[in-house]
Design a protein around this ligand. Structure first.
Ligand code: MSP
Length: 647
């Protein structure tokens, strides 16, 4: 079986994550999902880069241990990935024991082979970037990457013989153009670094205690960048008896990284692997940045406002599919892209709400209005043939784009089919066919074609969107877990049950929405968060028998929409085992309908049904409420089947 090993950089536990940070990981996730659906054996690695001066300083400032400082931040990063449905295979932390042992082993090996030696180091250090610069490299005396102050540091240090490997790295770029992409990054590396020749590289610190101690000189800790780069092989068990994963997955098929860290990945990393005698990754791709006002989006530079850039807020407000879609579709792959609220909402409105959402809701509505189930496909007309051919051509087109890592292009192809199908509705005018009993068969054929476009588009959207595709497939009673083998015209069987879908994505009034966001940001700035109020319950005791009267089960939200004329209520369709229930809950302020879909919730299933705002509610979804009245859904901690009892 073909394998595919893909990595993101490991993230600094800064806590200051913005939507730009999500870019690398969302693309990796889409690529990992794509290759899994191709039937490949995929290993997708991400994690955190936890050692170094920055963490040490922050922890000291707060009077806590580095671990005490980092752990909650790592948890918060993992929450962010959970919200965005990032399906990694391992989350590595550079404080993991297996990683630390691997770092020590590598240093020992390179020291023994003479590739690491002791000398004295003098250089300008940029703490936020954890990078050393020579005087010549500084820009107006500041860090050339981030423009912040640097400090002159002088210390005894171990050096790695990077200079020795410069000719081999240049040759690598020449012989293997696929190694570093896009091509512009090769020019940057050659012109900015390699042309002038490489200096040996300082790889240890005596001034930083929060790091991996060198096995041959415990006064020194490993330089964070070497420590960090080694995560790509330590995660696979490199250098241990349990190195089956290393044998299986290494070399990596792709290290996807932002352009500012290409030099570590495309110069230092191959040199270390050469020194170790290990194979090199097949490709390093340096993607562009999300910009605000032409500058790299970055919270510390405070250019992150007035746009909504907080990933947690973005997902909460618009749903994971919308955020993923924006990142994957809007930024031309390899280049920088400007981030604005208008562009974000414009994309959601145009592609997700108008094109995809309309196609699916119109198709399912017309089928359920005119037929009991999916109609059969009758005689074909040239227009239908065109739809069939375009549908069949979609998978090869998407694959070709994804083989070049080009998610925006892959999505462009999918939405070209969606757009063509919407035009086909205008051309075939099914609402007129529905009025003429003699045209019933023709109506069936048109709707069958539309259903097939919905199904095939949903299958091909699975790497990019994690909620809507399953939702679309289920509405045609089609299994959601199929691979790309099914992405061909003609798999749906006449007679399949079809369920009318509510609009998948809301359409935003962009001006109104942006002014709401601005108000929200202004009030968040004005009101620093208050400590939660403590509250002790004074409710009467109950017996276990009383408690056992309440039936609680796990339910899966399969559809959700806002209740009209209510600001507070959402209407969920919840699957509880074999049963499907209509449930109304007062959580619209805390969750969007898109966010709710796919969630596993805890449902009180034996409450007397009631109507709320005219909508039937056959159960109650349980939430936790904090001292401020904010609600948070309760969900089982592990994957549990819907219908599971709660005791
Ligand atoms: N810890 C290092 C990586 C070590 S890998 C051996 C690091 N971490 S980071 O947290 O600063 O960055 C993580 C990822 O977020 C990088 O790929 C970086 O390029 C990306 N981004 C951070 N800001 C970004 C934008 N504004 N736009 C796009 N990606 C950006 O670097």
């Amino acid at each position: 079986m073909k394998k595919f090993y893909i990595t993101t950089p490991i993230y600094y536990p800064s806590g200051n994550w913005h939507i730009g940070h999500c870019y690398t990981t969302v693309i990796c996730d889409a690529l990992a999902r794509f290759h899994k659906l191709m039937g490949e054996d995929v290993y997708f690695l991400t994690g955190t880069d936890e050692h170094g001066q920055k963490v040490e300083k922050e922890a000291t400032k707060r009077g806590v241990t580095p671990r005490g400082f980092i752990d909650p931040l790592v948890g918060r990063l993992q929450d962010m990935w959970r919200l965005l449905d990032i399906g990694y295979d391992r989350f590595i932390r550079t404080t993991d024991e297996d990683h630390i042992r691997c770092v020590q082993k590598v240093y020992q090996k390179l020291y023994d082979s003479g590739d690491i030696y002791k000398a004295e180091y003098e250089g300008y250090y940029c703490t936020p970037c954890e990078a050393f610069w020579t005087e010549a490299q500084l820009k107006n005396g500041k860090c050339p990457d981030c423009g912040r102050d640097v400090s002159l540091q002088k210390e005894e240090s171990y050096f790695f013989r990077l200079s020795k490997y410069a000719p081999r790295i240049l040759k690598l770029y020449e012989d293997n153009p696929a190694f570093l992409q896009p091509k512009s990054r090769v020019n940057e590396m050659v012109n900015n670094f390699l042309k002038a020749g490489l200096n040996d590289f300082s790889v240890s610190r005596t001034t930083v205690k929060w790091g991996v101690p060198l096995p041959f000189d415990e006064k020194h800790t490993a330089y964070v960048w070497i420590d960090a780069l080694l995560n790509y092989i330590s995660a696979l068990g490199y250098g241990t008896d349990g190195d089956e994963r290393y044998k299986k997955y290494w070399p990596a098929d792709l290290h996807l990284v932002g352009k500012e860290i290409v030099r570590f990945h495309a110069i230092v990393w191959p040199a270390i692997l050469m020194a170790l005698g290990e194979p090199l990754p097949k490709q390093i791709y340096g993607h562009g940045w999300l910009l605000i006002g032409g500058e790299k989006l970055s919270k510390s530079k405070e250019n992150a406002r007035p746009e909504l850039t907080d990933p947690y807020e973005l997902v909460k407000r618009y749903g994971a599919d919308a955020v993923r879609y924006y990142l994957l579709r809007e930024i031309p792959f390899g280049s920088d892209g400007e981030y604005t609220g208008e562009r974000f909402l414009g994309r959601i409105n145009a592609d997700l709400a108008n094109d995809l959402g309309n196609l699916v809701s119109r198709t399912t509505a017309m089928i359920t209005q005119n037929f009991d189930s999916l109609p059969a496909c009758g005689e074909i007309e040239p227009l239908d043939r065109e739809i069939e051919e375009m549908t069949d051509a979609l998978f090869p087109r998407v694959k070709d784009a994804m083989d070049r890592l080009n998610a925006p292009e892959a999505l462009e192809h999918i939405f070209a089919l969606v757009g063509r199908a919407n035009k086909y509705i205008d051309e075939t005018q099914p609402w007129l066919l529905a009025k003429d009993p003699g045209k019933k068969e023709r109506l069936g054929t048109v709707l069958y074609h539309l259903a097939e476009v919905c199904r095939v588009s949903a299958i091909l959207l699975k790497p990019f969107l994690t909620k809507a595709p399953a939702f679309i497939l289920e509405s045609f009673s089609y299994p959601a877990d199929v691979g790309f083998g099914e992405a061909k015209f003609g798999s749906l069987r006449a007679g399949a049950q079809v369920r009318k879908l509510p609009p998948l994505f809301p359409r935003y009034d962009i001006r109104k929405e942006l002014s709401e966001v601005e108000k929200l940001l202004a009030s968040a700035k004005a009101e620093p968060s208050k400590p939660p109020k403590a509250e002790i319950s004074e409710k009467a005791e109950i017996s276990i028998d009383d408690f056992s009267k309440i039936e609680l089960k796990v339910g899966e939200v399969i559809a959700c929409e806002k209740v009209q004329k209510s600001e507070k209520l959402l209407h969920e369709t919840v699957r509880v085992g074999e049963e499907v229930r209509s449930v109304v809950s007062g959580i619209a302020k805390y969750y969007t309908p898109e966010e709710m879909v796919g969630k596993r919730v805890v449902l009180v299933t034996n409450l007397k049904p009631v109507k709320l705002c005219g909508v039937l509610s056959e159960g109650m979804i349980l939430c936790a409420e904090d001292g401020e009245g904010n609600l948070s859904l309760l969900s089982p901690e592990k994957a549990v089947e819907s219908g599971a009892k709660i005791r």
